[in-house]
Design a protein around this ligand. Structure first.
Ligand code: TUI
Length: 311
């Protein structure tokens, strides 16, 4: 029995992380059809795009899938209402506190699973009736918190009664097993699913992940209060230099805006933002979503059968 599988109605306790501009119906349906939970990333997209993606996803799978609301988006309110109207199975949220939407979603029977990066927000989410939380460590890609997965997960698990899903740096069955040992009941995987054959991100972006080494996924924007992790390139070097020089926030934000789209859609991995988790250094190949999920499950099974204590 796995509480997360029961709550969201999936076979394997593996969520696909919502990656803005990247996680569309093609990846999401593939992950859900493979027994995990695919999640459409609304990101900064207008509500019409999200609605069309939900419809296309429903044509490709009859399995549950989710939609993620990026709470810094100018369209967050409209996307939140769309999710209620469409009665999407699961909603996840990122980059903020979703409490003002939770009653609306719960009234429609939607499972609510916020992403948190601290114990304080995790506790608040449980109080508001969240069904589970995704606790995301700073190893993750994109917009990140400060605490590592290893340290965050057991503290969130101790503070909550609802299930915890671990995210950030979980690149194979070893990370999956470790997450379960820390008390998580499921994992969320972003960067590795970016390398899924069904993932429509530009090939240059995939190649940048495949060739990255352990030190290449750097955080920029700490001084802006919105740190973002991505693969080191001309853009991150310029951003860090400007930050050091004390460039005004507005100018920095201008540099960041549009940069993710440029990398994802145009393949501009030099001036664009190649958001990625620290686990990129371990990833070497493209696979189908089904192969990725099978790898996690078989590796976990092997580890579980191993004698872990043999001093
Ligand atoms: O949201 C993410 N990761 C993201 S969102 C994104 S799109 C974007 N594009 C350009 C600039 C910025 C974002 C790319 N990656 N992960 C979930 C996450 N949420 N990580 C950390 C948090 C978080 C942090 C602080 C959640 C809540 C929070 O505090 C909220 C509060 O009010 O207490």
């Amino acid at each position: 029995m796995n509480r997360v599988c029961d709550i969201v109605g999936i076979k394997y306790p593996i969520f696909q992380g919502a990656m803005a501009w990247i996680a569309d119906h093609s990846l999401v349906a593939a992950v859900s059809n493979a027994g995990g939970l695919g999640i459409i990333a609304a990101g900064n997209a207008p509500v019409e795009w999200v609605e069309a993606e939900i419809k296309k996803c429903r044509q490709k799978t009859d399995k549950p899938f989710g939609v993620n609301v990026m709470l810094l988006s100018p369209y967050a309110n409209e996307v939140a209402e769309l999710i209620a109207k469409e009665q999407v199975a699961v909603v996840t949220t990122g980059a903020g506190n979703p409490s003002k939407y939770m009653e609306l979603w719960q009234s429609q029977g939607i499972k609510v699973v916020p992403v948190v990066a601290s114990v304080a927000l995790a506790k608040r989410m449980e109080k508001y009736g969240a069904d589970a939380v995704i606790a995301e460590g700073t190893e993750a890609g994109g917009h990140i918190g400060e605490v590592s997965t290893m340290v965050l997960i057991p503290q969130v698990v101790d503070a909550l009664n609802i299930p915890v899903i671990a995210a950030g740096g979980i690149g194979d069955g070893r990370g999956f097993a470790a997450s379960l040992m820390l008390g998580a009941e499921a994992v969320q995987v972003g960067t590795r699913f970016l390398l899924a054959k069904e993932c429509t991100v530009h090939q240059n972006y995939k190649d940048k992940i495949i060739t990255a080494s352990d030190l290449d996924a750097v955080a920029t924007g700490r001084s802006t209060g919105h740190p973002v992790r991505g693969i080191r390139n001309k853009m991150t070097r310029e951003f860090l230099k400007l930050e050091k020089e004390g460039t005004p926030l507005e100018e920095l934000e201008q540099l960041g805006s549009g940069a993710l789209r440029a990398a994802v859609k145009d393949g501009d991995v030099i001036n664009g933002s190649v958001m990625s988790g620290q686990i990129a250094g371990m990833l070497t190949k493209e696979q189908t979503a089904q192969e990725i999920i099978n790898d996690y499950i078989t590796e976990l099974a092997t580890i579980s059968k191993k004698e872990l204590i043999n001093f």
